[in-house]
Write a protein that binds this ligand. Structure first.
Ligand code: MN
Length: 197
């Protein structure tokens, strides 16, 4: 069973001017696609080729002989989650997640500060996450391909902070990219669905 590249949940120009179609051409069309191709190459003709993407990630997360497969499979999953975490407009949270952000972070401003700190504080390539841990919202950062689902932690939203996510639009200014995503692109409907699910 081949792992598929899911369609983007929006048109390539839907996030402009915050994230351009040029970035998405490369980030989705080249980078995300390459992780899919690599994963399929690595599972081809092995016992792993009947497993789901999530099963492959869990099975390889702590296996040092399968680091390449873990990295590629986790990057497939993380990118699909990232596209779903984005929606043009963004703004303040709504519904249950809004209440929970006030309860667990004290305020929306505290939440944005913590998420931005994670996005900037991740040394090198990686991800910043809003997650649900032990019933409470929390902010995490992970390196390279690492993903909360490998540790049984439920992600609600993520921001890709690999340079390929922002270099074409923001050059080296990761802070401007993180600010823009946090203010204008977070998909609170997706976060609410994840919170319920
Ligand atoms: Mn990426």
């Amino acid at each position: 069973m081949a792992i598929l590249l899911p369609p983007l949940p929006f048109e390539k120009n839907a996030l402009e001017p915050y994230i351009t179609s040029l970035t998405l051409e490369y980030h989705y069309g080249k980078h995300h696609n390459a992780y899919v191709v690599n994963t399929n190459t690595l599972i081809k003709d092995t016992e792993l080729d009947t497993l789901s993407l999530e099963e492959i990630i869990l099975l390889t997360a702590n296996d040092l002989t399968k680091t390449s497969l873990f990295n590629n499979a986790a990057q497939v999953w993380n990118h699909t989650f990232y596209w779903n975490s984005l929606k043009y407009g963004g703004g303040h949270p709504t519904g249950e997640i809004a209440k929970k952000i006030d309860a667990d972070f004290g305020s929306y401003d505290n939440f944005t500060k913590a998420l931005k700190e994670a996005a900037l504080g991740q040394f090198g390539s990686g991800w910043a996450w809003l997650v649900l841990m032990d019933g409470k919202l929390s902010i995490l950062k992970t390196s390279n391909a690492d993903t909360p689902i490998a540790r049984g932690i439920k992600p609600l939203l993520c921001i890709d902070v690999w340079e390929h996510a922002y270099y074409l639009d923001y050059k080296n200014a990761r802070a401007d990219y993180a600010d823009t995503v946090i203010k204008n692109l977070l998909n609170w409907d997706f976060a609410n669905r994840n919170l319920k699910g």
